[in-house]
Design a protein around this ligand. Structure first.
Ligand code: FES
Length: 126
């Protein structure tokens, strides 16, 4: 079942909105002008992963001798951090960086004439 969730122009970029559609929580993200959607269920222990902080991927730059030269914040990758235990997921893929088995369940999302549509999964996780 496909439903409208609002105007694309009403989303911040980067930004996110979480919807309860008939008891299924779906998060819609906007990043770099593109839209992504996931079920709001963390693959770790079922927390509301999509309602955590959005933050740029943070890496630590090190020199050849392994001394740190400070943190770097990605200009292209934003992550969502689950509020329960802090696992982070790439907003563009839903994947956790170190575990192939840890991935947010994607939901089909499309934009047509400034309206955002999502397809509610037939067999939701939560
Ligand atoms: S439930 Fe999300 S990190 Fe544990």
């Amino acid at each position: 079942m496909e439903v409208q969730v609002g105007a694309a122009s009403a989303f911040n970029d980067p930004g996110r909105k979480v919807f309860d559609i008939g008891g299924v929580e779906i998060a819609v993200f906007r990043q770099g002008g593109d839209f992504y959607a996931y079920e709001n269920v963390c693959p770790h222990l079922g927390g509301p992963a999509c309602q955590g902080k959005m933050l740029p991927l943070t890496t630590e730059a090190v020199q050849a001798d392994k001394t740190s030269i400070g943190r770097e914040f990605s200009k292209v990758q934003m992550n969502i951090a689950c509020p329960w235990h802090g696992m982070e997921f790439d907003i563009r893929t839903g994947r956790h960086p170190f575990g192939k088995n840890y991935r947010l369940k994607p939901v089909k999302v499309r934009v047509e004439k400034d309206t955002v549509y999502v397809t509610v999964p037939a067999n939701p996780l939560g």
